[in-house]
Write a protein that binds this ligand. Structure first.
Ligand code: UGA
Length: 448
């Protein structure tokens, strides 16, 4: 059997850590690197720095087996010791929506320094989400300048976007729908494809090999399309609310059965959040405007998403009237279930709106309370269970569709709340079961 390439991973957010753990779990030697001492310490103890189903067990196993190690401030060394580097450092948003490439530039410098010292051919694979042109026009020149070597002949360069979702990150790492390989040259692409083939053997996902900017664009186009589906269904939900007798859930089911449309990402709700869709749609808009093309569709997608959380506050006001000193129970704070991530979570603008109206907010989430406290601090109260959150409330708004909320019964609301008013912001409750017993309103449901 050919010797397995050794792998280095820069950046240990969701993408970097899942990539590192994935390869290490299949007995590839992996060196991860970070500048965050706290994170490195945790990882080397087998403790994930964020909540993600199944990650704890696999991380512990890979650390204990010695296949994965996390080094602090030693990016250059991790590259020197390995054959392929995945660069998965963060690309945060700047105030104008464009992305900040500072981490990519810094880490690329370190990779370049290592390539300068290395005799063996090394492949650099960019996994961070970067706008078209970044790998060719920023990463490659830095690598060539610092290493004093030629890309394509002395070292390889690829751009291979990642499509994993938080909450199912490991599952997605092991079973992606497709692999995209943007290649600077054929040898670079072959090396990366061979690595993926050995990793996914015996069942390799479909592969698309292309050039660097197309690969970069595929990532943005995927996220922008999914965000568009969500803003589309939320627009239809708003139309449903104005249409006597209409319900968006059945509309979504009806259109989703058309194979050309498909059933996924048609859940109407309070909009999309997280570290990807909001940032990537903004970045695509900024990039596109820079090219001289105004992406009106994407601008509308973003605008719909900004106004959507306010819908729940409006529904609440329509039912309760003045919200001053009304006690509102918020169920769910994370941007989606199975994660404690509250980046761009719809709960935050909604809660801010309710507080502005003078409401008293109590919130419960199975895992995201510590993260929320760092932002909302003591401006709201935090409950230790869903039922405790409902106690004496005048209205409950479901913001995140955690399974434990789905099992609540109408009696849990009627028995505990001061006024049994429920706003289903994620459409998890059966209207026929809840509507007769409670004052029930929901996104995309025409309630008289
Ligand atoms: C998203 C993409 O789904 C991944 O393929 C991609 O790799 C990732 O971004 C990334 O770029 O790193 P993620 O942000 O983890 O993954 O979450 P999603 O499951 O896509 O959900 C995003 C948001 O859309 C959530 O707030 C969710 O509640 C919302 N959503 C999703 C809806 O409002 N309706 C839907 O039907 C589906």
């Amino acid at each position: 059997m050919a010797k397995r390439p050794r792998i280095s991973v820069m950046g240990i957010g969701y993408v970097g850590l899942c990539t590192a753990v994935g390869f290490a779990s299949k007995k590839y030697r992996v060196l991860a690197s970070t500048h965050d001492a706290e994170k490195a310490k945790k990882i080397n103890k087998g403790v994930p720095p964020f909540y993600e189903p199944n990650l704890q067990k696999l991380l512990k196993e890979t650390i204990e087996s010695g296949y994965l190690k996390c080094l602090l401030n030693q990016q250059e060394n991790t590259v020197l010791e390995t054959d392929i580097t995945f660069n998965a450092v963060g690309t945060p948003s700047k105030p104008d929506g464009s992305i900040d490439l500072q981490h990519i530039k810094n880490s690329t410098q370190e990779i370049g320094k290592a390539i300068l010292k290395k005799d063996a051919y090394h492949v650099v694979a960019v996994k961070s989400t970067v706008v078209p042109g970044t790998t060719q026009n920023i990463v490659k020149p830095i690598l060539e300048k610092v290493s004093k070597k030629q890309c394509g002949s002395d070292f390889g360069l690829c751009m291979t976007p990642e499509f994993l979702r938080e909450g199912s990150a490991l599952k997605d790492t092991f079973n992606p729908d497709r692999i995209i390989i943007g290649e600077h040259d054929k040898t670079s692409g072959d090396k990366l494809e061979n690595l993926y083939r050995s990793f996914y053997s015996p069942k390799m996902p479909p592969v698309v090999r292309t050039n660097l900017p197309t690969a970069e664009l595929i990532k943005y186009a995927s996220n922008a399309f999914l965000a568009t589906k969500i803003s589309f269904i939320n627009t239809m939900a708003n139309i449903c609310e104005k249409t006597p007798g209409a319900d968006i859930k059945t509309v979504a089911k009806g259109i989703g059965l058309d194979k050309r449309i498909g059933p996924l990402f048609l859940n109407a709700g309070l909009g999309y959040g997280g570290s990807c869709f909001p940032k990537d749609v903004k970045a695509m808009i900024a990039y596109s405007r820079n090219t001289g093309f105004r992406p009106e569709l994407l601008e509308a997608v973003e605008e719909v998403n900004e106004t959507q959380p306010r819908k729940a506050a409006e529904l609440c006001k329509r039912i309760l009237g003045d919200l001053k000193n009304k006690k509102i129970a918020i169920l769910g704070l994370s941007f989606k279930p199975h994660t404690d991530d509250i980046r761009e979570a719809r709960s935050i603008p909604l809660i801010n709106q309710l507080l502005k109206e003078g409401a008293l907010v109590t919130a419960y989430d199975p895992v995201a309370i510590p993260a929320t406290k760092t932002i909302l601090k003591t401006r709201i109260e935090y409950a230790s269970s869903a039922v405790e959150c409902l106690r004496n409330a005048d209205c409950c708004i479901v913001v995140t569709e955690w399974d434990e909320f789905k099992s609540l019964k109408p009696e849990d609301f009627t028995k505990n709340m001061r006024q049994p008013v429920l706003i289903d912001g994620r459409r998890i409750y059966a209207v026929e079961k809840f509507s007769p017993k409670l004052k029930f309103a929901a996104i995309g449901l025409n309630t008289p």
